[in-house]
Design a protein around this ligand. Sequence first.
Ligand code: MG
Ligand code: MG
Length: 439
Amino acid sequence: MSRLPHESVDLFVQRRKNLGRKIQGSALILAAPPESIRNHDVHHPYRQSSSLYYLTGFEEPDSVLLFRPGMTPESVLFVRRKDSERETWDGFRYGPEAASQIFKIDQCYPIDEFEERTTEFLKGIDKLYYRQALHREMDETIQKILVKVSKSQGRTGLGLLPVYDAEDLIGELRLIKTEPEIINLRKACQISAETHMEVMRYIRPGMNEREIHGFILYQMMKKGAAREGYGSIVASGNNATTLHYVFNDQICKAGDLLLIDAGAEYNYYTGDITRSIPVSGHFTNEQAHLYEAVLKVQKTLIASLRPGLTFKELHEMGAQLLTDVMLELGLLEGRKNDIIEAQQHRRYYPHGIGHWLGMDVHDAGYYFIKGQPRSLEENMCFTIEPGLYIPAHDTKAPERYRGIGIRIEDNLRITRDGSENMTLLVPKEIAEIEKLMAH
Ligand code: MG
Ligand code: MG
């Protein structure tokens, strides 16, 4: 019995080659995150770290990649040993021999040999890339290895190998998507979009938010997703004014809006879509007022996308446009610039306009380089997600708007002269949403 990788292994070989050109003479260590306990002897479902998957395609826990570009062996993967008894309980594991062959890794060893072998492999290296403070036991092992490597060099006056951050390094590669990544991301976006459309047809007043969450998972997995890319938010009525609402256990009532923020993960890439829809199938006048205003801001921002614009400019445009809306609707009073200066707009719009999107929902990559805002480049992917959230208990807000939370979120890719909306499929015009919900 064996398992095949989800994607062509040559893809991962090519990524290591690209990375190798940047860090000749250095070594990189990427460790799989430890399994985490859910309760007693039950674990949370395991998911490989995005960067380790990005460079190997290998999905098992207790694995570590050591990469030394330009040296022999160049790629070394430490994995769990074959163990027929454990495999009877927990399922197939590759073991060193098959892992090396199937994943095209120069040498694979059992994970219990990591410390000893890595001490040898790090001799003669100028620096190490490793993300600290993710996994305490691994930090301690790395520290021990560095001390041993240093001692083995005799009296040279040199200290420990300098350690640089591995995730920053790989984040820069992950930020600009290649063709195979765009294909995966588009597929994740398509599954997410179709799921949101199924939900619009499905919901009825009186349903519990958790039933809708279950339906979302069912639709995503039926359409080929491995899992949700993050915990879905299914927030009806005033719950939608909690940004990362996690309970998903209240009844959806006629007359309330339902905010759904859900994205499917496909081949380790995730969509991230939010729609705010009326539980009964029809927006009230007040809801429509707020909704149209947020939608207009979202469309204006998307229309402005092009290479060269910075994310900071997008954030600022978002704050300006939403503050205009808040002034028009009577949510805030005063002069726009004073309000923004004092950050008062954050009362009803407390988050940023979006974030990088890819293997992680809040994907890797810098927004600023040496303090300077970074310009958008072709094949950077991100969300645009303006929102307004007016808590029910906010007595300063006009009463008719209290208890309404709205966010509209799409997934964009920068093209040579503009952008591609990868989640265009899901309706966001009021008439289109109401039409789909009537089915
Ligand atoms: Mg979202
Ligand atoms: Mg988002």
